[in-house]
Design a protein around this ligand. Sequence first.
Ligand SMILES: [Zn+2]
Length: 319
Amino acid sequence: MSAVVTSTPEPAGLIAALDIGGTKIAGALVDRQGTVLHRVQRLTPAQEPGEAVLLTIHQVLGRLSAVPRWQQVRALGIGCAGPVDIARGTVSPVNIPGWRDFPLVARVAADPAVAGLPVVLGGDGVAMAAGERWRGAARDAVSALCLVVSTGVGAGLVLDGAVHPGPSGNAGHLGHLSVDLDGEPCPCGSRGCLEMLASGTAIARQALRSGWQPAARGGAADAAAVAESARQGDSLALAAYDRAARALAAGIAATATLLDLRLAVVGGGVAQAGELLLAPLRRHLHTYAALPYVHPVEVRRTGLGPDAGLIGAAALTVS
Ligand SMILES: [Zn+2]
């Protein structure tokens, strides 16, 4: 047994992470290997005033900072639904209307538990890219597009071996790239945005419009319920997933063609449907990623599991 240490020791201490989305707000303590040690989660009061959303974050931080190992925390990473402005430390998530140019970094830094810690903000898509690059499915990739398909659709880029947030922190914000010129108006102000076709919300909306009926027993009409019907062979539910996959394929192909990418990593709640989403996505990529240098674009599932958002938020502080 050799006692020679050949690798550089990692910095000590834990990282606190906040993953803020339109449906839930999660917080965690994460170690330097990217393992989530403690996690806390609350529903996002997304339709309430901005201060109510902030109160939920203080509650999450209150629970986390009550854990004795909080004393080992050396930094806080925040992955937030976009758009964000990392230069100013503000956020304006499309799905949280009470937050417009909301000074999230300053307000979180003022929490007594956080005082003195460095706080790093990133868009949720950029955070996911940081996490996949750090400990996930893009670990060996020079370049990749990493997507969060959830209540909305976010994405981030790894380019030439590094996460590329762009000056404002929104680079790769694929959800608001239009893939349908005459499509439905989007809350962002554009129309036909990828998010309007491929988010979990859009999948459920499309299924209901086509006449799909939720399973009688539960009655939930969300993307997970559509997935359950699709697994049982319901053609309307399958069509809703296929439409979402097709929109994602168009967006991934456009990005891959633009930036010369070979890899897309897909995570987020909707991606938990697994092959139900990924199989049609790969099939449609054969159509849309037509040029030889992007054909085929490889599609991988997130390597970080359901905690990808938290691990990504933590990764923002180490990249
Ligand atoms: Zn939009």
